[in-house]
Design a protein around this ligand. Structure first.
Ligand code: NAD
Length: 347
């Protein structure tokens, strides 16, 4: 049954890892290594079933292949899941055991943090394998990736503005930002400095208030952000927020933000295009953090990271071009761009 799933998603390798002593139950999915070793974080989550864990790890690994390919990185896509509760089930022994499994793959898979795992966990993994990034700064990490993600989103928004309004200039543009957390706080700073007017919402009132105080933003209720008068809507909280309920409310001409998996279903990407709303594909716009983490692998160089993050601007221009030439919505154009790059390198 798993081979069928692997065929369906094009997965190269699924590795089931079990360690009796520490209780480790982990699955590593190596989706595609055409462009390089498969890089992707380790998620720790109390999956209800093994089936759910397999489904999640395959889906996540596949999206890493596309994200790395579209970001122009020489890396493939992979991901790992540890079945367990990140609050109660962690131990040094568990991450050591996991590190030993990663080491056996001899560099085909490189891990990093994801939901439920931390820098401290990566440091434990590092004691057993070198195939790990996102470790503590003293071991050569580039630190918190959120500011790099934010910078990439900023460049992505500029590229989208150029496409939608004929100018990348954000001065005077009204931008609605949903969620002002780690990424969007920095994003709001860049947007404010560029002269944009900000409207923000956050379920945590203090986060919205901070943007009001520091960047002169206007705060609105969490359900009101979709319908505000604005030029650009920047989703920076959770996924699935472009859906049947929210799409009819949007007044923006552009959707470009940090959140992963913004389209609840593919049809919502089609519908955005049909309504003339330009969608900047999420995994391209938010790849700054990945670019930063990936650079650690090649020997961290901050200048190189900043230059690659700036490249998100031209990468989006290419995607909008493909979208127009092939008359397909931008989210499909991003997939095309990634697939063409991978196919070119496939032997
Ligand atoms: P975060 O948890 O720091 O920030 C999310 C913010 O959204 C929080 O302030 C939270 O209170 C708020 N929020 C949650 N639900 C909301 C709602 N319904 N309405 C309004 N606000 C809401 O997370 P982050 O690291 O800033 O990441 C933001 C998004 O970007 C996530 O989807 C994440 O997967 C994605 N992303 C982050 C990075 C990164 O480098 N951190 C990289 C790529 C993608």
């Amino acid at each position: 049954m798993y081979f069928e799933r692997m065929e369906q998603y094009g997965v190269e390798q699924l590795v089931f890892c079990y360690d009796q002593k520490s209780g480790l139950k982990a699955i590593i999915a190596i989706h595609d290594t055409t462009l390089g070793p498969a890089l992707g974080g380790t998620r720790m989550y109390p999956y209800a079933t093994e089936e759910a864990a397999v489904h999640d790890v395959i889906r996540l690994a596949r999206s890493m292949t596309y994200k790395s390919a579209a970001a122009g990185l020489n890396l493939g896509g992979g991901k790992a899941v540890i079945i367990g509760n990140p609050v109660t089930d962690k131990s040094k022994e568990l991450f050591h055991a996991f590190g030993r499994f990663i080491e056996t793959l001899n560099g085909r898979y490189i891990t990093a943090e994801d939901v439920g795992t931390t820098v401290a966990d990566m440091d434990f993994i590092r004691q057993k394998t070198k195939f790990v990034t996102g470790v503590s700064p003293e071991f050569g990490s580039g630190g918190n990736p959120s500011p790099f993600t934010a910078l990439g989103v900023f460049h992505g928004i500029r590229a989208a503005a150029l496409e939608a309004f004929g100018s990348a200039e954000l001065k005077g543009k009204t931008i609605a930002v949903q969620g002002v957390g780690s990424v969007a706080y920095h994003l709001c700073r860049y947007l404010h400095e560029a002269g944009a007017k900000l409207i923000v919402s956050d379920v945590v009132q203090a986060n919205a208030e901070r943007a009001v105080l520091e960047f002169g933003a206007k705060a609105v209720g969490v359900d009101d952000i979709y319908g505000v008068e604005c030029d650009i809507f920047a989703p920076c909280a959770m996924g699935g927020i472009i859906n049947d309920d929210t799409l009819p409310l949007l007044k923006a001409k552009v959707v470009a933000g940090a959140a992963n998996n913004q389209l609840r279903e593919e049809k919502h990407g089609d519908q955005l295009a049909a309504r003339g709303i330009l969608y900047a594909p999420d995994y391209v716009v938010n790849s700054g953090g990945l670019i930063n983490v990936a650079d650690e692998w090649f020997g961290y160089n901050r200048e190189r990271v900043l230059s690659k993050v700036e490249g998100i601007y031209s990468q989006l221009q290419r995607i909008f071009e493909i979208s127009k030439q092939q008359q397909i919505p931008s989210f499909r154009a991003a997939d095309r761009l990634a697939e063409v790059r991978i196919d070119k390198h496939r032997v």
